[in-house]
Write a protein that binds this ligand. Structure first.
Ligand code: IMP
Length: 431
């Protein structure tokens, strides 16, 4: 059976949740491999909208098993809340949701530090989601983090939590002049969480590899996007995990030889939430139009997303660093009312054409995007059920993206509902 990784090829919010939901129908297992509840995957089922921050979007298919891999950072309060919210809407998870015993835990001191660090740097802030993601990964790399397995060993957990709280409280008081956090309260809360978490905890790498041997089909659900990846993104304006396809192996314990397909999800334009470079960002008038039509507000923080033209330079690079085999284009319908549509084909820096995007934010700030213009289609595409239903100018736009990206588009989405998307049958592209 085929094992597929789905990643964002822009700055996150590409519509991965919807693509996962479509693919989950024929997958046995859906696995999150990085990030935490900074993500917000929106899936519309019938008239109901579900926003999932931690639990894989595959949970909305009754027969699909879902796994939160070792590479994810887990806020246990959010995990349990999400289970309760799903249960209240009739989605049961018992026996089909597993969480890695090696996944690191987010604590209140991580969230406190995330917010204090952002407030301290002022104008240079990253614009994080404030969910404690960065500080949790900092502790993981510093080897002082506490994992779900540690939570289930009460004696040593208490000791190590105490050491961590004492160290963090020193930092809060001495560096930031802020209040500390309360050890006893955290201990009591997390002891309570441990009881409820226990039935979901598993040694997931062994479990996943057994399923691979049995020929089950695995779907790896990326969060954020390539340009927010810790290594490959617009550093330092990135998240703290590996949001690229390689992260799927490290974050689950399934080796790269078992991955057959990597789908890169892109919007038909570009968005970014938070600070950092964005060469094709719209001016304010177009920003308002697309933001309103595309409902471009963060699923986690409700912040307005910055919007801009499709940037082929960004996506071309994402295709390389992820080994993307095919592309899913989402939100094509959002461009329906534009008379002309631009695509950025490359960048110039100091008059020179760049072969790949630069490494420093200073250079990003001086780039000049190179654009080509295409006629808009000025027709509603939201009911298209096949490539042939799209207006000719829309098909030409997609064909031009394929040529610039040197990659095939396999899926097109034209709205948020489950039936507002179609796969492209090869051989139909030229019609
Ligand atoms: P953090 O992941 O909360 O540390 O935030 C770091 C950067 O990643 C900020 O610019 C956030 O806005 C951005 N970010 C984190 N998660 C997402 C996401 O799921 N979608 C889009 N942007 C995100």
């Amino acid at each position: 059976m085929s094992n597929t990784v789905v990643v964002g090829a822009q700055w996150g919010d590409e519509g991965k949740g919807k693509v996962i939901d479509m693919l989950a129908e024929s997958a046995d297992v859906v696995i999150r491999f990085q990030g935490g509840n900074n993500a917000g995957h929106t899936v519309v089922v019938g008239e109901e909208q579900f926003i999932l921050h931690l639990i894989p979007s595959g949970i909305l298919h009754e027969r699909t098993v879902c796994v939160i891999g070792n590479g994810v950072v887990v806020d246990p309060a959010v995990f349990l809340e999400e289970i309760d919210r799903l249960a209240a809407r009739g989605v049961t998870v018992a026996g089909r949701l597993w969480i890695s015993d090696q996944a690191h835990l987010i604590f209140p001191y991580h969230k406190h530090l995330d917010k204090l660090k952002e407030a301290q740097v002022g104008a240079g802030k990253i614009g994080t989601t404030g969910r404690g993601i960065g500080p949790c990964y900092m502790d993981k790399a510093a080897r002082t983090g506490l994992r779900i397995a540690d939570l289930l060993e009460p004696g040593s957990f208490r000791l190590r939590l105490k050491q961590n709280v004492e160290e963090k409280n020193l930092i809060f008081r001495k560096v930031y002049g802020a209040d500390g956090v309360d050890f006893e309260k955290i201990l009591a809360d997390y002891t309570g969480f441990a009881k409820r978490l226990k039935p979901f905890v598993a040694a997931t790498p062994a479990m996943l590899n057994r399923w691979v041997r049995e020929g089950k089909s695995l779907l790896f659900e990326g969060a954020q996007g390539t340009w927010l990846d810790l290594d490959h993104g617009t550093y330092p304006f990135v998240t703290s995990s590996s949001a690229t396809a390689g992260g799927a192996c490290a974050g689950t314990g399934v080796g790269p030889a078992h991955i057959n397909r990597v789908i890169g999800v892109v919007k038909a334009y570009t968005t970014r939430v938070g600070e950092g470079p964005f060469p094709t960002e719209f001016d304010s008038e177009l920003m308002e139009t697309i933001r309103t039509k595309g409902k471009e507000f963060g699923a986690t923080t409700a912040r307005p997303r910055r919007c801009g033209w499709f940037d082929a330079m960004l996506v071309r690079h994402a295709i390389q660093v992820n080994g993307i085999t095919d592309i899913a284009v989402t939100k094509l319908d959002v461009l329906d009312e534009l008379k002309t549509i631009r695509i950025c084909t490359g960048y110039r820096l100091d008059g020179k054409l760049l072969e790949s995007p630069p490494a420093t934010v200073e250079a990003w700030g001086h780039l000049t995007p190179i654009y080509e213009e295409h006629p808009g289609w000025l027709r509603d595409t939201s009911t298209a059920a096949r490539l042939e239903d799209l207006p000719e100018a829309a098909r030409r736009y997609l064909k031009r993206l394929e040529a610039l990206l040197e990659a095939k588009i396999s899926t097109v989405s034209v709205g948020s509902k489950r039936d507002q998307a179609f796969h492209i049958e090869r051989g139909n592209e030229g019609k």
